[in-house]
Ligand binder design. Structure first.
Ligand SMILES: Cc1cc2nc3c(=O)[nH]c(=O)nc-3n(C[C@H](O)[C@H](O)[C@H](O)COP(=O)(O)OP(=O)(O)OC[C@H]3O[C@@H](n4cnc5c(N)ncnc54)[C@H](O)[C@@H]3O)c2cc1C
Length: 580
C-alpha cells in the first residue's frame, strides 16, 4: 500500500483551521492568491507525489544508491522522477519569478515537502536542500554568482548540497578544518574532507552546487572563523572541478539518499557573503532546512499512520471489549482500545503538527512581507520559537510513533512486506541531522527563551491564548490558559535558578521543549475543534473529532509530567542555594 496524499485533511487545515488564503491576502505580494489557487496547486502536487514518487519508496530502500569509482547511481526510477519533478516546476514553487520561480507562498512549498517526505523520504532528500541553497545564494551571493547559479538552483535544474560536517566537527562546526586559499582571479581553492553529505554525488542532475564551510588562512579559531564558499561539481567552462566522492555510507535507513564522504582537493570555489561570516550566511539555509525536517517528521508519521490504519481495518484478532462489533468470531484490530489509542494518538500529532508547520510557513511570509513592522516582528518571534520545536518534537514522534504503528502489525510489521519497518528506520535520522534534537532544545531554551528574559515566549503565549479567546470558557480553553501560565512560571524559575546553577537549563532543555510543544499542540487542537462541523469545506474524515479527543486523552497529560521534572530540579536548586 503506497502513501496517498491526504488532500482532504490538508485542505481542512489550510482552509478551515488556518484560513490561509485570508492570511496571505493581507500581504500585498500575495493579494491574488485565493482559495481556488491554493486548492489547485495542492491537488496537483498531491497527484504528482502519489503517482510518481510514492511508488519508488520500496525500490529506494531495497536497491538503494550504488557507489562505483567515484560515481553514484541512484535507485531505478529516481532520476526520471527527478527530471519530471523539476521540469514540472515543483522546486521553483516558492522562488521569486525574476529568478525563474513561481512566486507562490511558502506554505504551498511546505505542503509539497510534507507530502514528498511521507511518500518517499530517501528521494526527497535530493531536492530537500534546494530552497535553502536558493535563499542563501540570493541573499549572500555576489551578482556574478547569482547570474551563474541562482536560476539553475531555483528551478532545480541543478541540485545543491550543504557541506558542513567533518569527521571531528559535527554539532560543533567551529572545529571545522577545511581550508580556502584566495587566488588572484578572486576565486578560492578549497581543500578538506566533509562527511555525511546528502546528495554529494549522484546521477540526478548534470551539475551539483556545493555550499561549503571552510576557513581562510588568517581566520580566527572557532565558528567566527568560518566562511562560506560555492564549489560546483562542473565549473562554468565545462571542466570537472576537484570535488570527489570517496565513499557513500552504509546506513540504518534512507538508502535512497547517498550520504557521501566528499574530498575537496583544491577545488575551485567562490566566496558567498563576507569572509568569516559563513555561519551567518549558512543559517539562512539551515533555518529553512529545519522547518523542512519538521515537515519530514509530519509526513513520515502520516505515512506510518496510513499503513497501520489500513492494516487495522483488515486484520481480525480476538474479541474487543464492550458490545459485540460484528458477527465474526474475532474483531478488527482497529476495534481494540490499545490499537485505537496508538492510531488516534499519531493522528493527533499529525493534525496538530500540520497546523503548526503550515502556520510557521505563513509566518515566514508574514515576517517578510507584512505592511506593519509590529506584525513582522511577531512573525519573527513565532518562527524563531516554533521552528526548533517542530524540528525536534515531530521528528521524535515520527520515530516513536512509526514504531508504535509497526506494533499495530504485530510480527507482520517487523518483516519487510508491509513497508512499515522502512519508515521506522528512515525516520530515525531526522532526530540527528540539521542540528540534533538536543541542540534544538538548547537553542530554544537558552539561546531564544532565556536570552530575552522570556519576553518573546510570553508574547507568543499571549497571542495564542487571545487567538482562541472565543473558546476560553471551554475545557480545552481553560487547559490552554493553565498550560501557558505554568510554562511562564517555569520559565521564570529557570531564569532565576539559572543564575544559581547555570548548568540547570541544559539538563532540562529537552523537557522544556517538550512542555512547550504540548502547549502549542493544545492551541492547535483547539483551533481544529473550533471549526464548526457543518462549515468544514473539505470533508476531512473525522479530523474534527478524533485528533482533538485523542490529544486531550493521550497526549497533553505529558505536559504535567514534563513540568514535574523541571519543577523538581528547580526546587533542588533553590534548596541547595538556601543551604549555602
Ligand atoms: C543521513 C545523514 C545525512 C546527513 N546530511 C548532512 C548534510 O547534508 N550536510 C552536513 O553537513 N551534515 C549532514 N549530516 C551530519 C549531521 O548534521 C550530523 O551528524 C549532526 O550534526 C551531528 O553531528 P555528529 O554526528 O558529529 O554528532 P556529535 O556532534 O558528535 O554529537 C554526538 C551526540 O552528542 C550530543 N551533543 C553534542 N554537542 C552537544 C551539546 N553542546 N549539548 C548537548 N548535547 C550535545 C548530540 O546531540 C549527539 O547526541 C548528515 C548525517 C546523517 C546521518
Amino acid at each position: 500500500m503506497n502513501y496517498q496524499a491526504p488532500l482532504n485533511d490538508i485542505h481542512f487545515i489550510l482552509h478551515d483551521v488556518l484560513k490561509a488564503p485570508e492570511q496571505l491576502q493581507t500581504l500585498g505580494c500575495f493579494s491574488d492568491i485565493d482559495a481556488d489557487l491554493i486548492r489547485q496547486v495542492t491537488d496537483e502536487a498531491g497527484k504528482f507525489v502519489s503517482e510518481q514518487i510514492a511508488p519508488l519508496q520500496s525500490i529506494g530502500d531495497t536497491v538503494g544508491c550504488q557507489f562505483k569509482e567515484g560515481q553514484v547511481t541512484t535507485p531505478p526510477g529516481f532520476a526520471a522522477a527527478y527530471q519530471a519533478f523539476w521540469q514540472s516546476g515543483w522546486p521553483a514553487l516558492g522562488c521569486a519569478t525574476e529568478d525563474g520561480g513561481q512566486g507562490l507562498p511558502t506554505v504551498l512549498e511546505a505542503v509539497l515537502y510534507e507530502m514528498l517526505s511521507g511518500a518517499n523520504h530517501g528521494w526527497t532528500m535530493a531536492p530537500g536542500l534546494l530552497h535553502g541553497a536558493y535563499e542563501c545564494i540570493k541573499h549572500h551571493g555576489s551578482d556574478a554568482l547569482k547570474a551563474q547559479y541562482l536560476e539553475k538552483v531555483a528551478t532545480g535544474e541543478w541540485l545543491a548540497t550543504m557541506c558542513l560536517t567533518e569527521p571531528h566537527a559535527g554539532s560543533d562546526l567551529g572545529l571545522a578544518r577545511t581550508k580556502a586559499l584566495a587566488q588572484v582571479d578572486g576565486s578560492y581553492l578549497v581543500s578538506g574532507t566533509k562527511i555525511f553529505i546528502s546528495g554529494g554525488e549522484h546521477d540526478l542532475t548534470t551539475n551539483i552546487v556545493h555550499l561549503v564551510l571552510a576557513r581562510l588562512p588568517d581566520a580566527p579559531d572557532g565558528p567566527k572563523g568560518l566562511s562560506l564558499f560555492l564549489a560546483p561539481k562542473v565549473l562554468p567552462d565545462g571542466s570537472r572541478n576537484a570535488v570527489y566522492c570517496d565513499r557513500i555510507e552504509e546506513k540504518m535507513g534512507l538508502h535512497g539518499s547517498p550520504t557521501c564522504v566528499m574530498r575537496f582537493d583544491e577545488a575551485k570555489a567562490w566566496l558567498v557573503g563576507e569572509p568569516n561570516r559563513g555561519l551567518n550566511a549558512m543559517f539562512v539555509m539551515m533555518n529553512a532546512a529545519r522547518l523542512h525536517v519538521g515537515l519530514q517528521g509530519i509526513g513520515l508519521l502520516e505515512a506510518a499512520w496510513q499503513k497501520a490504519d489500513g492494516y487495522s481495518k483488515e486484520r481480525r484478532q480476538m474479541r474487543a471489549p464492550g458490545p459485540r462489533k460484528s458477527t465474526q468470531s474475532a474483531d478488527l484490530i482497529a476495534e481494540h482500545p490499545a490499537m485505537r489509542r496508538i492510531l488516534d494518538t499519531q493522528r493527533a500529532w499529525v493534525a496538530t503538527g500540520r497546523v503548526l508547520a503550515y502556520q510557521t510557513a505563513l509566518e515566514l511570509d508574514i515576517a517578510k512581507h507584512h505592511p506593519e513592522a509590529s506584525r513582522r516582528s511577531q512573525a519573527q518571534t513565532w518562527c524563531s520559537l516554533v521552528t526548533p520545536v517542530l524540528k525536534s518534537a515531530w521528528t521524535e514522534q515520527a520515530f516513536a510513533g512509526s514504531s508504535e504503528c509497526l506494533q499495530v502489525f504485530g510480527g507482520h510489521g517487523y518483516v519487510r512486506e508491509w513497508g512499515i519497518e522502512q519508515i521506522v528506520r528512515d525516520s530515525r535520522v531526522t532526530m540527528i541531522y540539521e542540528g540534533t534534537n538536543e541542540i534544538q532544545a538548547i537553542d530554544l531554551l537558552v539561546r531564544k527563551v532565556m536570552a530575552d528574559g522570556g519576553a518573546g515566549l510570553r508574547s507568543l503565549l499571549v497571542s495564542l491564548v487571545n487567538d482562541v479567546a472565543q473558546a476560553s470558557e471551554s475545557m480545552e480553553g481553560i487547559a490552554l490558559q493553565n498550560q501557558s501560565n505554568e510554562l511562564v512560571r517555569i520559565t521564570e524559575g529557570l531564569l532565576e535558578s539559572g543564575k544559581l546553577n547555570p548548568e540547570l537549563p541544559f539538563w532540562v532543555a529537552g523537557d522544556y521543549l517538550r512542555a512547550f510543544s504540548l502547549t502549542l499542540m493544545a492551541w492547535a487542537g483547539l483551533k481544529i475543534k473550533m471549526v464548526p462541523q457543518d462549515a468544514s469545506s473539505s470533508n476531512a474524515d473525522n479530523l474534527l473529532l478524533e485528533p482533538p479527543k485523542a490529544l486531550t486523552r493521550w497526549v497533553l497529560p505529558e505536559f504535567e509530567m514534563r513540568c514535574a521534572i523541571i519543577n523538581s530540579q528547580l526546587e533542588a536548586c533553590r534548596a541547595l542555594a538556601s543551604a549555602l
